[in-house]
Design a protein around this ligand. Structure first.
Ligand code: UT7
Length: 330
């Protein structure tokens, strides 16, 4: 089977940590509501670092752990919805910082599912390009760029962070499943800057009746996203496992997107997998969008929970709506 070998992991989260009690000072909320409805206790929030910088820090650790040189990397894929620039890509800025002078570099946007989309893209590049040896996959996000800190239903959920992995080709077990449903775009979105040319006669853009929020802060229909998420985690994991005839019970670890503990508990029940096989860190980080899976993975590899040879299922869902799972042997 054509698969990938993850040879290095790294993560970076801002030093500034904000507790639920801190959040209760800026919006009408409390630790009890946030803890019981989401499982979140803390989130790290950006305090001046650029998105690319956080990604580069995570990447430096992943490259060091892999024991390779930046020049050995042939491709950099960066998943982000919160890049610093419309252009260039975060991946190109990170490439320069790392000195990865032999790499092609580009960004992808699959929202919170971005890490699995990036990992699967890396695998497909490795499979079709014999000259490519190492791919660096990074997910870096500063959700606090467009979260509305007057909206208690969203601002308590999100954090900032970055995770990265270095992968090479291997004969190890591999499967993936990716799916998107654009009809759900309207339940989770944030608009970009409006056009600024001097000839405009309107101050805004007509996005159509689906995207009516007038400002550029994040809009989330929490209940609709919740419904999608509780189905997405089991659907994507099962679909990826079924493709290679793997029993879900044979997967040692599930690394899910860290949005809400209740979503993960519902998925675990649905899959009949004990919660002890799910890597959870949302209590410390909140929802860091596409960075959540690689940060959780790096923490679990670093503290020895996830060991070489074990089977790991990364599974995510997010705006788009998107979902996806990648099963690898670590
Ligand atoms: O990665 C992106 C994916 N996003 C997600 O996965 C989010 C999915 N959705 C969720 O996780 C949940 O829907 C939320 C955590 C966003 C909300 O939880 P919920 O149990 O669905 O709460 P709700 O929206 O039904 O609100 C219940 C009550 C409301 O008050 P009333 O109308 O019953 O009086 C809200 O106004 O809780 C209120 N509420 C809050 N109260 C205290 C909403 N946010 C807060 C808050 N603190 N932060």
């Amino acid at each position: 089977m054509f698969g990938i070998n993850i040879i290095g992991t790294g993560s970076y989260t801002p030093k500034l940590t904000v507790t639920n009690d801190d959040m209760s000072k800026i919006v009408d909320t409390n630790d009890e509501w946030i803890s019981t409805r989401t499982g979140i206790k803390l989130r790290c929030l950006n305090d001046g670092e650029a998105t690319w910088y956080m990604g580069a820090k995570a990447a430096e650790k992943a490259i060091a752990a892999a024991g390779i040189s930046p020049e050995d990397i042939g491709l950099i894929i960066d998943s982000t919805v919160t890049g610093d620039f419309y252009t260039p890509s975060c991946a190109c800025v990170i490439q320069d910082h790392l000195g990865a002078v032999n790499a092609a570099a580009f960004d992808i946007n699959a929202a919170c599912s971005g890490f699995v989309y990036g990992l699967d893209t890396a695998k497909r590049f490795l499979q079709t390009d014999d000259g490519l040896k190492y791919v660096l996959v990074i997910s870096n996000e500063i959700l606090s760029r467009f979260v509305d800190y007057t909206d208690r239903s969203t601002c308590v959920l999100f954090g900032d962070g970055a995770g990265a992995v270095v992968v090479e080709r291997s004969e190890k077990l591999y499967s993936s499943y990716l799916f998107s449903d654009g009809s759900g775009a309207k339940v989770l979105y944030a608009k970009k800057m409006f056009p600024q040319h001097p000839f405009r006669t309107s101050d805004a853009v007509d996005y159509g009746e689906d995207f009516t929020k007038e400002d550029q802060f994040l809009f989330q229909d929490g209940k609709e996203v919740y419904k999608f998420a509780t189905k997405a985690l089991p659907t994507a994991s099962k679909a990826a496992a079924d493709k290679i005839g793997l029993a879900l019970n044979d997967i040692d670890w599930f690394v899910p997107h860290q949005a809400n503990i209740r979503i993960i508990e519902t998925a675990a029940k649905n899959l009949d997998i004990p919660m002890s096989r799910f890597i959870i860190n949302l209590d410390k980080h909140g929802n860091t969008s596409s960075a959540s899976m690689p940060v959780a993975f790096d923490e679990a590899v670093s503290d020895g929970r996830i060991k070489k040879g074990q089977k790991v299922c990364f599974v995510g869902f997010g705006a788009g709506l998107t979902m996806g799972a990648v099963i690898v042997e670590y």
